[in-house]
Design a protein around this ligand. Structure first.
Ligand code: AVJ
Length: 329
């Protein structure tokens, strides 16, 4: 991790130092089939490319979630109630967060949790400008690990973890359940989870969203190799690899791969990794759920879906989960 923390940001010092990129790459490329973690996409250029993806006509997720929040943020805020501490996992979503905060009743604090200091600092500045009286307590940490939340300025009625953007779709179901369980512990008895979940729909629509015509998603995917070249000195030749994203209807997910266009060798540190022609590195899953699928997954984590909001086209959902034993009947 970057050790230069912007001032005022709490660093969770239990996180391991972020210097293991070479080991992560070597381990992932030694697996059969080869596999690299999707968080590797998000260096500075990758984050900028992701923002461009959100503007592509095929990538419906962001637009639908913003439309949903336009329509339902007031109702969502009513369901959360007053005096909520809002903890956001990954703070790259300033727009949706503003839509929600504008409607919330006397929020106690906003706690963005984000591993990269720069985007964290940016979101803090933006929200502090728009909501000058709202205490903002940023936490620079990996949200998938256990967190020590900052002490709130006054006692909240409940802590709500906001996890927008369908980021939960990047986790395979076992890991998603584990993450929801971790959130369940963090939020306490009265707490809740507000999570953005992309819904199952015509596979052609889903597949197009991950294969935009302008090629922005392809550039985003291949940027992972460029990042490795720069940060660990590997020698991937980008023109010899291709982006491939297919919808797997049985698993209900987009599976994104980086495919070797030819047989080749790539230097990773001192080792050399062999690729066959058409051999793929699995780099991302983006899971899609029906309302029933997601409720079943929440139940495995001891959570119950209290309310589901959808955009007018029923393409995207925002769901409010509480502890299973405390669900209103
Ligand atoms: C940011 C994880 C929600 O899976 O749709 C977009 C990332 N990958 N295009 C998604 C992504 C390719 C995105 N999430």
């Amino acid at each position: 991790m970057n050790t230069m923390q912007p001032c005022g940001i709490e660093d969770d010092d239990r996180q391991p130092p972020m210097n293991g990129l070479l080991e992560i790459a070597q381990r992932g490329l030694g697996l059969k089939p080869k596999r690299l973690p999707s968080w590797l996409f998000y260096d500075e250029r990758g984050s900028a490319l992701f923002e461009q993806i959100c503007e592509q006509p095929e990538y419906y997720l962001t637009r639908r979630e913003i439309a949903l929040m336009d329509e339902h943020a007031a109702s969502i805020a009513d369901s959360l109630g007053s005096d909520v501490r809002l903890v956001e996992y990954g703070s790259g979503n300033a727009l949706k967060t503003s839509q929600l905060l504008r409607q919330m009743h006397a929020p106690v604090a906003y706690v963005p949790v984000e591993i990269s200091p720069e985007p964290l600092q940016q979101s803090v500045e933006r929200l502090a400008r728009e909501f000058p009286s709202l205490p903002v307590q940023p936490l620079c940490a990996d949200f998938s690990k256990s967190l020590r939340l900052p002490i709130p300025p006054r006692a909240p009625r409940r802590t709500v973890v906001y996890f927008p953007g369908s980021t939960i779709g990047n986790f395979e179901s076992r890991e998603a359940v584990a993450l929801l369980r971790k959130i369940r512990n963090e939020m306490g008895d009265a707490g809740g989870v507000l999570v953005g979940v992309d819904l199952k729909k015509d596979p052609a629509v889903i597949e197009a969203a991950y294969n935009d015509r302008a090629g922005v998603t392809a550039a985003f995917t291949l940027n992972m190799l460029e990042r490795l070249n720069r940060e660990i000195g590997s020698d991937f030749v980008l023109s010899q690899f291709a982006h491939r994203a297919h919808y797997n209807p049985m698993a209900g997910r987009i599976e994104t791969h980086i495919v070797s266009r030819c047989a080749q060798q790539v230097k990773i540190g001192r080792a050399s990794v062999a690729f066959r022609e058409d051999e793929a590195i699995q780099v991302e899953y983006s899971c899609k759920y029906s309302v029933e699928d997601f409720a079943a997954m929440a139940a495995r984590a001891g959570l119950a879906v209290e309310q589901v909001w959808m955009d007018a086209k029923k393409m995207f959902s925002v769901q409010y989960l509480v502890r299973a034993s405390t669900v209103a009947r």
